[in-house]
Design a protein around this ligand. Structure first.
Ligand SMILES: Cc1cc2nc3c(=O)[nH]c(=O)nc-3n(C[C@H](O)[C@H](O)[C@H](O)COP(=O)(O)OP(=O)(O)OC[C@H]3O[C@@H](n4cnc5c(N)ncnc54)[C@H](O)[C@@H]3O)c2cc1C
Ligand code: FES
Length: 275
């Protein structure tokens, strides 16, 4: 069993849960994820390790409550336990040795981008973070991102905080003014697609973290199949990071919406069951 030792509400829909998980905390690296199961009858869902402390033996997951399992998970409290936390899974991010990097997070993707920014900043790289949100009330991890970057840009779609507009507008300006060795983009599929299209003419290495539907997380079921550079890859064992210039984002969007009706149905049933 894995006990929750800290719970923070980051915004209305996003919660941070810190778990006691000493073996994972010792091994995990930025870019890796865990598969979580709340109880023996629960479904398995993948969540990125947003932060970890090897000494304290803890891992932090940042969860956006969007469906049945994520809503159930964030309803747990300090002292509660879940039955499975399996990992670390996936390959750690291969940063290379960039001198100047831009890390882009979209919405809850900022929680997944945070360990990347932290690792690069601690390695001495010059790190610019662009964090994009729909609106001011859902901005998360601003102070944390500030602490691990040389410059931080916040954008909101409606202009209620930071700069009005999309992350790609700030990105284009930065790429026009200066040269960078690495861009990492983590967030909604359309955001990662348009970041990759923006960086391509500049020839900047661009990594994206893909979020296909995963079941076992160990390369056995084929559920997380993605096409990268015309080849089939399994995001759980070959990724989740891939070269953004080679990913077939349109196919990923199509596959991710495959079970939408069933997911909505289960979520409605879950809400009724739980009162
Ligand atoms: C490698 C990876 C890392 C992720 N990290 C995070 C994270 O750090 N924080 C976070 O909030 N979310 C993360 N996600 C997404 C998270 O797994 C889904 O939001 C979650 O599975 C939704 O389950 P649900 O029952 O609450 O919602 P549902 O209503 O069942 O699904 C809502 C949407 O979530 C996605 N989804 C559903 N089941 C899965 C599944 N088994 N695998 C992947 N996606 C699924 C689909 O796009 C679906 O349309 C990650 C996904 C992947 C693949
Ligand atoms: S989740 Fe089953 S092969 Fe990747």
């Amino acid at each position: 069993m894995f006990r929750i030792i800290e719970k923070k509400q980051l915004n209305n829909a996003v919660t941070s849960l810190k778990f006691e998980a000493p073996f994972i905390a010792k091994k995990v690296k930025p870019g890796q994820f865990v598969i979580v199961r709340i109880d023996e009858k629960g479904e398995r869902i993948p969540l990125t390790v947003s932060d970890y402390d090897a000494k304290a033996g803890t891992v932090t997951l940042v969860i956006q409550a969007i469906g049945y399992t994520t809503k159930k998970l964030v309803s747990l409290n300090v002292g509660d336990s879940i039955c499975d936390l399996v990992g670390p899974l996936g390959l750690p991010t291969e940063f290379g040795t960039p001198k100047k990097a831009i890390i882009i997070g979209g919405g809850v993707g900022c929680a997944i981008a945070y360990p990347q920014a932290k690792a690069l900043f601690n390695s001495g790289a010059d790190v610019t973070v662009i964090a994009g949100f729909r609106s001011r009330d859902i901005v998360i991890l601003e102070e944390e991102m500030k602490a691990v970057s040389n410059s931080l840009y916040i954008t909101t779609d409606d202009g209620t905080y930071g700069r009005k507009g999309l992350v790609t507008e700030v990105l284009s300006e930065l790429l026009e003014r200066d040269s960078y060795d690495l861009v990492i983009a983590i967030g909604p599929v359309p955001m990662m697609k348009f970041v990759s299209l923006t960086t391509k003419p500049y020839g900047v290495k661009t990594l994206v973290s893909l979020n296909p539907i995963m079941i076992d997380g160990t390369g056995m079921c084929g559920g997380c199949r993605v096409t990268v550079g015309g080849e089939t890859k399994f995001a759980c064992v070959d990724g989740p990071d891939f070269d953004g210039h080679l990913v077939d984002f349109d196919e990923l969007s199509r596959r991710n919406s495959f079970y939408r009706d069933e997911e909505e149905h289960k979520c409605r049933l879950g809400v009724t069951e739980n009162g």
